[in-house]
Design a binder for this molecule. Structure first.
Ligand code: AFD
Ligand code: MN
Ligand code: MN
Length: 416
């Protein structure tokens, strides 16, 4: 990208401001909202996980442990000012590297302290259900011993979330089956529900649990929590501390994801989004500012959820991605930038005009209101927000020039 000088940014911002004023949009208000945008980054985006296709190739400079992951996340936060939280996976991020049923919550104090020293907080905490011994199910297993181990692991994770994080548990289960007839689907759902009920009842009121659904993988024939209905029914049944995670990559092609977002807003249940780009399925690629992401933000804005002063309405926004060949820090920075672009576009939708067209059943004009916002180049808003905070205009370029990549490649070449 062309690096803009301060004067160029001011000029582009002024021109866009004039343009938006014609649509009755106050550019400064949009800029302030974008400036407050925060999204959590996942520890696993920086680590060794996710390669595996090219003889175990992972992009150079991968973080070897939770502390290096935190350093990378802190770098992303320094460049964007938008990622003060890092999500962790208990099984992968235990600093003691204990076998997962021996993990002690207190080990994570060090993680919290290290993060704090770099101006970061621990955000969502994920139990790691997909380690050894869960090939035939974790919380939904027919084996009571396995279920018990997974319940205990979840309670350990809940304690980490409560003591060292923000009390947010995010749950994704690798439970499912590969062939028709392999499992009794109803029984597996009952098993999962009873495990979750026990966990819910044994966790304090301050802990929120978001359930992530996924259409397939590792179960290719069926997954126990396959879609938003399954996840939200279970969450409703558990109680008001339970909700749903919508991961963009976890749907069939053509599913109207923004409709799912709209319905969850309407239900008023706790929810969060795992952002990524998908082309084929659960690709876990960096976010592009595409029409889908824009439409999701449009619902969040229209629903009075994102940036809401009413704390309880706010959703949890997280990036969930994993890069097999691309530079991982660049990929995360690209996502943060794309999310801010998408949010800004959603904020400049001419809502009054849209409502008028909807009311009069003016189909195409209504659609064009959205398209108009989507096609507007809102980047001057981001540039201005960053200028004001003393941040680089283009975080990816700034990263490439920072020397950080060269440094970590050198320091981390000694294996794990
Ligand atoms: C898995 C799932 C899901 C989840 C992540 C962390 O696909 O996206 O959020 O692991 O548990 O890859
Ligand atoms: Mn996810
Ligand atoms: Mn996924």
């Amino acid at each position: 990208m062309h690096e803009y000088s301060r004067d160029e940014v001011l000029e582009r911002y002024r021109l866009l401001g004039e343009d938006l004023a014609k649509r009755n949009i106050d550019i400064d208000a949009v800029k302030d909202a974008v400036s407050r945008f925060e999204v959590e980054v996942p520890s696993w985006a920086f680590g060794p996980f996710g390669g595996g296709r090219f003889s175990g190739y992972i992009p150079p400079g991968a973080a070897r442990n939770i502390f290096e992951k935190i350093e990378d996340a802190a770098m992303v936060n320094r460049l964007t000012g938008a990622t003060p939280k890092i999500g962790i996976h208990v099984g992968w991020d235990d600093p003691e590297g204990a076998p997962f049923d021996k993990i002690k919550p207190s080990s994570f104090k060090k993680v919290k302290d290290y993060a704090q020293g770099l101006d970061l907080e621990i955000g969502s905490v994920s139990p790691t259900y997909f380690l050894e011994g869960t090939e035939f199910g974790s919380l939904s297993s027919n084996d009571p011993e396995t279920r018990k181990r997974m319940i205990e692991h979840t309670l350990t994770s809940a304690e980490v979330a409560e003591k060292y994080g923000i009390g947010l548990l995010t749950l994704w289960f690798p439970d499912g089956s590969l062939y028709p007839g392999q499992v009794d689907m109803r029984r597996r759902e009952r098993n999962l529900k009873s495990s979750l009920k026990e966990i819910y009842d044994r966790t304090p009121d301050s802990v929120k649990m978001l359930i992530e659904y996924k259409l397939f993988e590792p179960g290719t024939y069926h997954t126990v929590v396959s879609d938003v209905s399954a996840a939200s029914e279970i969450a409703l049944w558990l109680g008001r501390r339970a909700g749903v995670i919508v991961d963009i990559g976890h749907h069939a092609h053509g599913v109207n994801i923004e409709h799912i977002v709209a319905r969850l807003i309407e239900k008023g249940m706790p929810a969060g989004i795992h952002f990524n780009s998908r082309y084929v399925a659960d690709d876990d690629h960096a976010v592009e500012p595409n029409m889908l992401i824009f439409r999701v933000f449009h619902e969040l804005v229209k629903g009075g959820v994102i940036g809401s002063t009413e704390h309880s309405r706010e959703w949890a926004y997280m990036i969930d991605q994993c890069s097999p060949i691309e530079n991982r820090i660049e990929a995360v920075l690209h996502s943060v930038d794309s999310l801010m672009v998408s949010y800004a576009k959603a904020l400049i939708v001419d809502v009054e005009r849209l409502k008028r067209y909807q009311y009069k059943n003016e189909v195409i004009p209504a659609n064009r209101v959205l398209v108009d916002a989507f096609l507007t180049d809102v980047r001057p808003i981001l540039y201005m927000a960053r200028l004001e905070k003393g941040l680089p205009i283009d975080p990816v370029e700034a990263y490439r020039e920072s020397g950080y990549q060269e440094k970590i490649e050198k320091e981390r070449s000694g294996g794990r």
